[in-house]
Design a protein around this ligand. Structure first.
Ligand code: DGL
Length: 260
């Protein structure tokens, strides 16, 4: 039993797709979120920059007394999780491992992965999938513009739809029907992706795999909060005009924004 908060971070609004799944699936848990809007986007930054941002976010969350850290960002998971795990004693969960477990349990043998440029270049998804699942075929596609368009609140615009059409081409041509949304901003595009593909497809939302994994983890180590939730706080590192509106679309509730 442990009533300390769960610490969650991302480069911006995307990690709220993970935050939302956690707050719904674990209704007693206190949660503190950091959206590192000052350094957004992470997807086109160097590995050492991403590591630096991940360290800063982790240290802020630790200073706020969290019991566990969730990296609600594909880019930071792919490039910084190993370093963070070496550096800190606090448990740290990224979005890749829980999702690979899910794919493995589902016995999927051909999968698409869409993510930021930095994530795809790191090869982390493909490596992790192939390490755990024999003979799995992985089709990767970097989608450099998607997080930025979502962060600007333009995901459902003509621009958003046009770019989805282009990014979905390799999947549509090969009729890939399981795709990992390897960046936490991408669930915002779920409907548009399904529309563009036009066939039955499972889009794997990492928020769902992470929140299931987290629930089991808290139970296994007996660190669930058994009292009612008292704290739910969202911090940004820089004001961002559209954040509140996009957050409401994702979370279906009004939020208060705090600044670091
Ligand atoms: N939400 C992020 C991810 O999952 C980052 C997008 C970005 O900052 O470029 O990769």
């Amino acid at each position: 039993m442990n009533n300390k908060a769960i610490g969650v971070f991302d480069s911006g609004v995307g990690g709220l797709t993970v935050f939302t799944e956690i707050r719904n699936k674990l209704p007693n848990e206190n949660i503190i979120y950091i959206g590192d809007t000052k350094n957004f986007p992470y997807g086109n930054k160097t590995k050492s920059e991403v590591i630096q941002y991940a360290i800063e976010n982790t240290e802020i969350l630790i200073s706020k007394g969290v019991k566990i850290i969730i990296i609600a960002c594909g880019t930071a998971t792919s490039q910084a999780i190993d370093i963070l795990k070496q550096k800190y004693e606090i448990p740290i969960i990224g979005i890749i491992e829980p999702t690979v477990e899910y794919v493995k349990n589902k016995k999927i043998d051909k999968i698409g992965v869409i993510a930021t440029e930095g994530t795809i270049k790191s090869g982390a998804w493909e490596r992790s999938l192939k390490n755990k699942i024999e003979n799995i075929e992985v089709i990767n596609k970097a989608c450099p513009m998607l997080a930025t368009i979502a962060e600007e609140g333009k995901a459902k615009s003509i621009e958003g739809k046009k770019i989805i059409k282009e990014y979905m081409r390799p999947f549509k041509e090969n009729h890939v029907n399981k795709i990992i949304l390897g960046c936490t901003h991408y669930p915002i595009y779920e409907d548009i992706i399904k529309q563009e593909l036009g066939y039955e497809v499972e889009l794997i939302n990492t928020g769902k795999t992470v929140s299931n994994y987290l629930k089991e983890y808290l139970k296994k180590y007996n660190i669930q909060n058994t009292e009612d939730r008292k704290l739910e706080k969202i911090f940004l590192t820089k004001p961002e005009e559209k954040f509140k509106e996009i957050a409401k679309n994702i979370m279906k509730v009004d939020i208060t924004i705090n600044f670091l």
